[in-house]
Design a protein around this ligand. Structure first.
Ligand code: ATP
Length: 221
């Protein structure tokens, strides 16, 4: 049993950050009694196509979205790197900084979790963190995990924990699946709307919508 409340880590391209990301963080924060959530915008994502906005612009949008939220903080470490940066390296660095006792939770939408086996040295992540999977619209885990990569399915079946309170009892190694309000919002859809000069209100914080507008982001998506 560790006496430290877990810290949530939400990585993403955040191209741009939107209410789907923010609600995911809020649900994990409340349901898992996290002490904080760190948002880690990616620099040069190794397993995805190049983002549309620059790393600095994506970072700035995350900063704007988190203004006034003391439980949510931006972690700039991946944006500051110029070489490709893998999640396993980020979690290794966090573990070294925060110590062996601190529970860490990698927060993932169900779509991202079903691709976890494609990540660099993904199985090492279980030595460094718990994984909290939030069910995302159109990507429920239920049947999908039965059809998923065999090694991923095995890890899921071995590590699945029935309740988020168990995340407080060890520093890493468990998988917890949680429900959240289903928000059919994606960065892809927001970029397409921005390209068509459509109003982005109620999909993301106003400050982020204004930033996209004033910097003429996503005009050619
Ligand atoms: P894109 O449309 O460009 O692929 P995205 O909206 O999926 O982007 P990412 O930055 O790739 O955003 O997502 C970061 C994390 O947030 C992932 O774990 C993803 O599953 C999760 N996520 C994104 N949108 C939602 C949403 N609407 N509800 C719940 N989780 C989400």
């Amino acid at each position: 049993m560790t006496s430290l409340a877990p810290i949530g880590i939400l990585g993403g391209t955040f191209d741009p950050i939107h209410y789907g990301h923010l609600r995911l963080a809020q649900e994990a924060f409340e349901q898992c009694s996290l002490s904080s959530v760190r948002f880690v915008p990616s620099g040069t994502p190794p397993h995805r196509t190049k983002p549309h906005a620059s790393a600095e612009q994506r970072l700035q949008m995350v900063r704007l979205a988190l203004q006034g939220q003391s439980d949510f903080v931006v972690d700039e470490r991946e944006v500051r790197r110029t070489d490709p940066c893998y999640s396993v390296d980020t979690f290794g660095a966090l573990r070294a900084e925060l110590g062996l006792q601190q529970p860490l939770c990698l927060l993932l939408g169900s779509d991202a979790f079903l691709q976890l086996h494609t990540w660099h040295h993904w199985q090492q992540l279980f030595e460094l963190a718990h994984i909290v999977v939030m069910q995302r619209p159109g990507r429920p885990l239920g049947n999908a995990i039965l059809m998923a990569d065999e090694a991923l399915r095995q890890q899921y079946q071995t590590r699945l924990a029935p309740a988020p309170r168990l995340l407080h009892e060890s520093a890493s190694g468990l998988i917890v699946v949680l429900d959240m309000p289903q928000l059919e919002i994606s960065a892809t859809d927001i970029r397409n709307r921005a390209a068509q000069n459509k109003n982005l209100r109620y999909l993301l914080p106003d400050a982020v919508a204004h930033y996209i507008h004033s910097n003429k982001l996503y005009k050619t998506c």
